[in-house]
Design a protein around this ligand. Structure first.
Ligand code: DX5
Ligand code: ZN
Length: 224
């Protein structure tokens, strides 16, 4: 498995915007078009007001290709489900820092890493970076949400960029190396804004899977 560092630009199409009736072909389409990772949004109808898919879908996608799977858990009690996503083939699992997720963050991050997966911590637009600060040494990726999570196709929130800049400063201050991922409303233009702030992983659903030319869309985000 290739490894990436935080100076690499990584484009992660979000499968939430794919055609679920042809999921294997959709994943192949994104991979052939140059996707670095696939971003899998798991939603339970409690932590967010939408239901997407669970470990069975992660496993099905894992069975059809060997691309890096970036699993974003937007669920209550993520600790209760971690082993199922690990067994399903996740390469990276992000859990949310918010109290609504109702779990113990530090042991969850440790469980993910002990299983040989990369660990991510996600923060909603309303959540200050301070909530993630105590856990920065335990993570491989900080996910700064640039929309309120739950649905694809929402508008990017540029007011989240100071949070990305502060995360870069904290990373330098503590000599850490976690990736900074942005998720929500990412297209070539907003990716450029986020890259300037210091993000290096770009989740993009609508602007990739729904583009007339997905390869061109992925390249435009990478080169933005
Ligand atoms: C939002 C999800 C995103 C979503 C992004 O709740 O976490 O990953 O799929 O979709 P777009 O790129 O369409 O904003
Ligand atoms: Zn996501």
């Amino acid at each position: 498995m290739k490894s990436w560092n935080h100076s690499d630009r990584i484009v992660a199409p979000s499968v939430l915007a794919a055609d679920f009736s042809r999921i294997a072909e959709e994943c192949s389409r994104a991979i052939t078009a140059g996707a670095d990772w696939l971003h899998l949004d798991v939603m339970d109808g409690h932590f967010v007001d939408n239901i997407s898919f669970g470990p069975a879908m992660v496993e099905a996608i894992h069975a059809t290709n060997d691309i890096f799977l970036d699993v974003h858990l937007m669920i209550a009690r993520p600790n209760h489900y971690l082993s199922r996503f690990i067994e399903a083939g996740a390469d990276l699992i992000s859990i949310h820092a918010e109290t609504g997720a109702d779990h113990d963050i530090s042991p969850s991050l440790a469980t993910i890493r002990e299983a040989g997966c990369k660990a991510g911590l996600a923060i909603n637009p309303a959540t200050p970076l301070e909530m993630a600060e105590p856990f920065l040494e335990q993570i491989d990726l900080l996910l700064v949400m640039t929309v309120v999570p739950g649905f694809g196709g929402q508008a990017f929130m540029p007011e989240m960029m100071p949070k990305v800049e502060d995360a870069v400063r904290l990373r330098e201050k503590h000599s850490l190396s976690f990736h900074i991922e942005v998720d929500g409303g990412i297209d070539p233009q907003t990716a450029s804004t986020a890259a300037e702030a210091g993000a290096n992983v770009f989740v993009a659903g609508s602007s990739t899977f729904k583009a007339p030319d997905i390869g061109q869309a992925i390249r435009a985000i990478r080169e933005s």
